[in-house]
Design a protein around this ligand. Sequence first.
Ligand SMILES: Nc1ncnc2c1ncn2[C@@H]1O[C@H](COP(=O)(O)OP(=O)(O)O)[C@@H](O)[C@H]1O
Ligand SMILES: Cc1ncc(COP(=O)(O)O)c(N)n1
Length: 570
Amino acid sequence: MASTSCSQIPLRSTSFLKNSVLSGATHVLSKGFYLYSVLIHPPANSRAPQTPISAAMQEDKGLIVETSDGKSKLRIPHVLSVAGSDSGAGAGIQADLKACAARRVYCSTVITAVTAQNTVGVQGVNIVPEDFVAEQLKSVLSDMHVDVVKTGMLPSLGIVKVFHRSLKQFPVRALVVDPVMVSTSGDVLAGPSILAGFREDLLPVADIVTPNLKEAAALLGGVHLATVDDMRSAAKAIYDMGPRNVLIKGGDLDASFDAVDIFFDGENFYELRSPRITTRNTHGTGCTFASCIAAELAKGASMLSAVRIAKRYVETALDYSKDIAIGNGLQGPFDHLLKLKSDVRNSCRPRPFDPDDLFLYAVTDSGMNKKWGRSIRDAVKAAIEGGATIIQLREKDAETRDFLESAKACVKICRFHGIPLLINDRIDIALACNADGVHVGQSDMPPKVARALLGPEKIIGVSCKTPEQAHRAWIDGADYIGCGGVFPTNTKKNNISVGLGGLKDVCVSSRLPVVAIGGIGASNARSVMEIGVPTLKGVAVVSALFDRESVLVETRKLHALLKETALSVK
Ligand SMILES: Nc1ncnc2c1ncn2[C@@H]1O[C@H](COP(=O)(O)OP(=O)(O)O)[C@@H](O)[C@H]1O
Ligand SMILES: Cc1ncc(COP(=O)(O)O)c(N)n1
């Protein structure tokens, strides 16, 4: 095990530990002192057994730090990417930022070169002056707590040296070296002159180095690598140059191979295999892979686990992005956040939420649809045709897969008619079918968590019985509240009804639009709307529409009645 010591040392005076790879964690910041728990790794090439990074994280006692004002704050795992900018944003700094964001890790950046690049190739490279690379490094490392540094394009020997010096001055927990030399398009990003810098300075202090086939060949003086066996030999030979771990990426193997990478930790070889995805959108896979390893290490994963997660992440992102079209060249970027397709797929886009959408709110019920022999989609179609202004799928006992298929079909129908579709309770289904939002009860997913999962554009409704709950829903970022049950109902067991008085209290206090729910139908809808509070925008109905022979006829009837009432209430 590496030795562990704990000492109080002045702020930013860790450079006495030069030449050691150091893991540290600040616990208390007061009077200009860090209480610094130091894990000193002897220089890697002395081949001491490595300290698992997760152990270093435990030294941190979690990610909570106490600041000088006595408040505890969350310290966010942090990767610094030292790399080149890719104007096409498929690789380089841009890929690193997206990969870290996708893996929920903060990423700062030091730009070493600006490339003019697209899906055709690299049209130009402008190298950032060495002293300005040094200045960027100092800005970030002297201020922010960086856990892991990941390097990409280091275009000159001078920049490698500058970087190496900064690392000595500002040690970090782990170093991931992606020895970028040639882009997938075949353009040179860093010439052979940097090889000496890699061999002498960076590899001996790297926790992992991740060359692709061409880069591994260059590091080894130009050997030819074409098979998985060649990759194993290369991993061993590169390991002998000093890094703690080596990963040889096999994306460029013959297309008949699986996507195979070789990971070597000095003792064992691991063959990481995934199906080769047929796509042109592989620009930036290497940068992404290394950034994801760095992100997982920053969160505290062991090296093997970080590498495995990174492999799975790249595979998932490539598969998701295999049919997207960005640029006209041979090598397209992929979607790191797995989000770009969801809005494009539906040619009819959802429109923003309008409180008047709550006017006639139809809530489906699987039991009732079964009883009347209707599919969910037929029920939804009929309700829309009858005048429903918003739909909620409330399918408490549907099997997940059936529910998802029905929900997808209903999203199509609703988008076509410009009617919002919400899912009751099931955030997973709402996400998977790209519904317009969800409706949650007081004991369902908290609205704030739902918002974080669904994003800012989705509609979130919350069931509330009291003004306090309505206030909470507003604080939590809901879009509307459903108040009820107004009258006793069979669709919810043990549900105490609030009556028209309770509804009125909630509507008067609510800062959100309200829809009344519970036992409402043609016989009592007028009395509900006649409470005459402007926040009350409509009624939500289950049985009065769906526990009837004709959903269409009942919806039409109720719509007409509500319209008439609205005119007289105004
Ligand atoms: N077509 C593909 N299908 C699945 N995985 C791939 C594909 N191409 C590359 N990979 C994976 O992406 C990662 C990056 O590898 P590679 O493309 O060789 O890096 P680089 O971009 O540096 O050339 C590796 O894990 C590799 O196996
Ligand atoms: C700025 C920059 N950094 C790295 C790469 C390598 O990525 P790829 O191998 O996918 O072309 C690149 N093309 N551009």
